[in-house]
Design a protein around this ligand. Structure first.
Ligand SMILES: Nc1nc2c(ncn2[C@@H]2O[C@H](COP(=O)(O)OP(=O)(O)OP(=O)(O)O)[C@@H](O)[C@H]2O)c(=O)[nH]1
Ligand SMILES: [Mg+2]
Length: 317
């Protein structure tokens, strides 16, 4: 029997941005670390979970939105990998409509482009909680400072750092999770956690995170400006509330290919992501069919998001 989850234990998120920033590869990493798959597929080899259709495999791009549901730390996560090319923008609108959280993937190498700004507009208009994932940190000569500056100026926001990568480039194999203050190390796709000694660089960037969370809450900013210590529970509550209300825009630095930032992304979604909004008072099923596909051997498939009531197999709708 399928395990039942209450609404509070559900998280719906979509992975969005313009073409080629690594959304499908990031999805592969997520599914691998969530224990859904036993190996990471690649877009080049045409064996990813979410680019499964013939045209997608041949062209090595995503064409359709693609849903993956899985369990992670006792929550049920519904992920939608979306295509980046402008021709398929309808898939992005449909995905954003049914998710509370958008993960905007930016290629650290090529930076923010017009397509990315367009997706940001869609997330903003729909008031979706947004995580910015700066990807491909395994590439050489990345100028993170200028990528961050461009994003903050174009989107008119101040981002809240959730992790810290000391050195970028092809050997990037570890990072610091600023919430748990642990070092996450990746060796041959295996992740280990180590405690850290806090140096000046980490102190500075963690302080930036605390200041950014405090500045969204009157009581917290007063405490912060008075030089009083912000408690862990206050920080967590501030993050959750600010993220939900789009006052806080967390930024996670990573590399889908080298598995950097993946666990921090999933942990953030589980711990701080808003649960789906549903009408608990209504028993009538209200659902939105956001995608209909027809795959050889599978027949017609409808993907729906439920807003009230319950549905079960065999039910006439
Ligand atoms: N160096 C590096 N390359 C990456 C990374 N992630 C993806 N790529 C490469 O970037 C290219 C595009 O990757 P995809 O995962 O298909 O990107 P996408 O955003 O899903 O592309 P569309 O769905 O077509 O918009 C492929 O050649 C990947 O191998 C990464 O973390 N580092
Ligand atoms: Mg893709």
């Amino acid at each position: 029997m399928t395990k039942r989850f209450s609404t509070t234990d559900l998280r719906n998120f979509c992975i969005v941005k313009s073409g080629n920033t690594g959304k499908t590869s990031l999805t592969e990493s997520i599914l691998y670390y969530a224990g859904v798959t036993t190996r990471k597929g690649s877009v080049e080899e045409g064996n990813t979970v979410t680019d499964f259709n013939e045209d997608e495999i041949e062209r090595k791009i995503s064409i359709n939105l693609s849903v993956a549901s899985f369990e992670y730390k006792n929550k049920k996560l519904n992920l939608i990998d979306t295509p980046g090319y402008a021709d398929f923008i309808g898939e992005v609108y449909a995905s954003v409509a049914v998710c509370e959280i958008g993960v905007l993937v930016i290629d650290a190498d090529s930076g923010l482009d017009a397509g990315g700004e367009n997706i940001w507009e869609i997330l903003s208009e729909n008031k979706k909680s947004t995580i910015i994932f700066i990807n491909k940190l395994d590439k050489s000569h990345i100028d993170l400072e200028s990528v961050i500056k461009k994003i903050e100026t174009s989107f008119e926001i101040k981002m809240t750092p959730i992790n810290f990568v000391a050195e970028t480039g092809q050997d990037v194999d570890s990072y610091i999770d600023l919430i748990s203050l642990k070092k996450i190390k990746v060796t041959n796709d295996k992740i280990t956690e180590e405690p850290i000694s806090i140096d000046e660089d980490i102190k500075k960037v963690r302080e930036k995170m605390i200041e950014s969370v405090a500045s969204c809450d009157d009581a917290l900013i007063e405490k912060y400006l008075d030089g009083k210590e912000i408690q862990e529970t206050e920080l967590m509550a501030g993050l959750r509330d600010g993220f939900k209300k789009r006052k806080i825009f967390p930024v996670i630095f990573g590399s889908g290919l080298n598995s950097i930032g993946i666990n921090t992304l999933l942990d953030f979604i589980v711990q701080y992501g808003p649960e789906p909004e549903v009408d608990k008072d209504s028993k009538e099923p209200l659902l939105l069919i956001f995608k209909t596909t027809s795959e050889p051997g599978m027949g017609q498939m409808n993907y729906a998001r439920l807003y009230s009531g319950e549905i079960s197999s065999g039910m006439d709708l």
